[in-house]
Design a protein around this ligand. Structure first.
Ligand code: PHE
Length: 525
């Protein structure tokens, strides 16, 4: 018999660890620049709506799935997989037809992939959603750790006084040389993976929880220090205005979809990280209020990250809409111009590194939990072996950013099969995870909970641990669980209750499906 499953030491520990997974490069590196590109404050409002309407309901599903089954994503779906499922067969059929359709257009790689996935769905049904999550753990961590490695490199360079640039062009050039220098790129990527391995190696309570409790407050303090520094610079208010004043003319279908996709990535949804963290929860902990806290922390950090950056960028007269390069190519030049610049640069990249570590460990934990639960591997062996595998995959990403020609056979294969030409292996992995795996994962998780496992069972799980809160009434009423003695809840509570069910069964699947079809170009807005 396997040893008893480890659990979080406290509810706060769980919230900080899950918020640590959610708060990452997505919040600090990506959110500010996509906000800058999509109409500032107006985009922030749309994003908040996506978090509330889609993100929070789906996160509740993931935590409930994890806690109910006490298993990794594959184990969770295995435990609840129905013997026969019309919906799964229908989805399998859709994949197979898409495969044939793609063959008609000579898309051989994509067509074959869709056919194989369709066949696998017939065989394994919902377990595949969990398997895709574990696979996504490998895929995401392999490119995530490369960017995290650059961050680590910049922390070291800030200490060494190497981030001194007179202008953005110099900073850009430095960044270009830096990421192409394989010693730096691979060395820092390696160091990042070692940090994650060391934390996950020690398990849930004394590894992930302990470090999240230290790192999350550090992250908050660093962010606060940077915001205060930024907004007290002369001319900073223009940045605050740019960031927060809504420009609704910039909002279109496309930016709404960007907001939705980012809400998923940012809350770590759609790949089982939250199922896995939920599986270490005890039944007396409140899922509903925990989810609200995690989503609120994640959103707060994203908003604060923009406030830490734009005021300083404006105060020093730089352009705010430089896209992905903002963090590595513009900020170092900005910092160099303010007093004690090296110190601020150091603190900023340290902040980014801390955020990346707490997300990286959740990705590694998904993979580890699978091998521990399903394959009965000792945790330590799983962590070290898959840390090494991810290091190798990530090295391909790092090298491909520098120069494809170093891994030409892989490049040729991808071009032949999928027609990718320009994109580096790094981009391929990023694209595969963010545009395919996470949206499909989110879609299937809400379909599964809404229609297959059923909101009634989900609610039965959620209401454990919520006895002191109004939400227990709303949840049990929603599911028609009349065995709860106190169900004379106020009307607004009942309304909220039915809303969750509607979101999970109808709104999230439809919204995510539209976003997904748009990203893959089958539905053009
Ligand atoms: N949420 C993390 C971020 O914002 C990324 C992540 C996605 C982590 C999926 C785990 C799982 O950077």
């Amino acid at each position: 018999m396997a040893a008893e499953r480890e659990h979080w030491g406290s509810n706060l520990g769980f919230i900080l660890a899950a918020a640590g997974s959610a708060v990452g490069l997505g919040n600090i590196w990506k959110f500010p620049y996509i906000t800058g590109e999509n109409g500032g404050g107006a985009f922030v409002l749309v994003y908040l709506l996506c978090i509330a309407v889609i993100g929070v309901p789906v996160m509740i599903c993931e935590i409930a799935l994890g806690r109910h089954t006490q298993r990794n994503p594959v184990g969770a779906f295995k435990q609840l997989n129905p013997v026969s499922c019309t919906m799964a067969h229908f989805i399998g059929l859709c994949f197979m037809l898409s495969g044939l359709f793609l063959f008609c257009f000579s898309q051989w790689g994509w067509g074959a992939t869709a056919l194989v996935i369709g066949a696998l769905i017939f065989r394994y049904r919902w377990i595949l959603v969990g398997a895709m999550g574990v696979l996504a753990g490998f895929v995401i961590l392999s490119f995530y750790s490369v960017v995290a490695g650059w961050t680590l490199g910049y922390v070291l360079q800030a200490v060494g006084g190497q981030l001194t640039f007179a202008n953005v062009a110099e900073a850009q050039e430095h960044f270009g040389v830096f990421i192409r220098d394989v010693r730096w790129a691979i060395g820092c990527h390696f160091a990042f993976i070692v940090i994650c391995v060391l934390i996950v190696y020690h398990g849930i309570k004394s590894g992930i929880e302990r470090w999240s409790k230290v790192l999350m407050p550090v992250l908050f303090l660093l962010l606060l220090a940077l915001i205060i520094r930024g907004i007290t610079l002369p001319g900073a208010m223009a940045g605050v205005r740019f960031y927060l004043s809504p420009d609704f003319s910039r909002i279109d279908a496309q930016s709404i979809l960007v907001a939705l996709g980012h809400a998923f990535f940012s809350l770590s949804l759609g790949m089982g990280a939250i199922i896995t963290y939920g599986s270490y929860l005890r039944r007396d902990q409140n899922i509903f209020t925990s989810t609200l806290s995690i989503a609120a922390l994640d959103t707060l950090v994203a908003l604060m990250a923009g406030l830490a950056m734009f005021p300083a960028v404006f105060a020093r007269g730089f352009a705010p809409d430089t896209g992905p390069g903002l963090v590595f190519q513009v900020l170092p030049a900005v910092f160099h111009q303010i007093p004690l610049g090296a110190l601020w640069a150091f603190l900023f990249f340290l902040l980014l590194l801390v955020a990346a570590v707490t997300s990286g460990i959740s990705l590694l934990e998904v993979v580890t939990a699978y091998f521990v639960d399903e394959r009965r591997w000792p945790r330590r062996r799983a962590v070290v072996v898959f840390g090494a595998v991810i290091f190798l995959l990530g090295s391909l990403c790092a090298v491909s950013v520098a120069d494809w020609s170093r891994i030409e056979p892989l490049h040729r294969f991808l071009v032949a099969a999928f027609g990718t030409t320009e994109a580096s292996f790094f981009d391929v992995m990023d694209h595969m995870a963010s545009n395919w795996m996470l949206p499909l994962g989110g879609l299937f998780i809400s379909l599964f909970v809404g229609w297959v496992w059923g909101t009634r069972h989900a609610v039965d799980e959620i209401r454990h641990g919520s006895h002191n809160f109004a939400d227990v009434h709303l949840m049990s009423l929603l599911a028609g669980l009349r065995d709860d003695p106190s169900h004379n809840s106020p009307a607004h509570v009942i309304t909220l209750a039915s809303l969750w069910g509607i979101f999970i069964r109808f709104i999230s699947p439809v919204a995510v499906l539209i976003a997904f079809l748009n990203t893959i170009g089958w539905l053009d807005f």
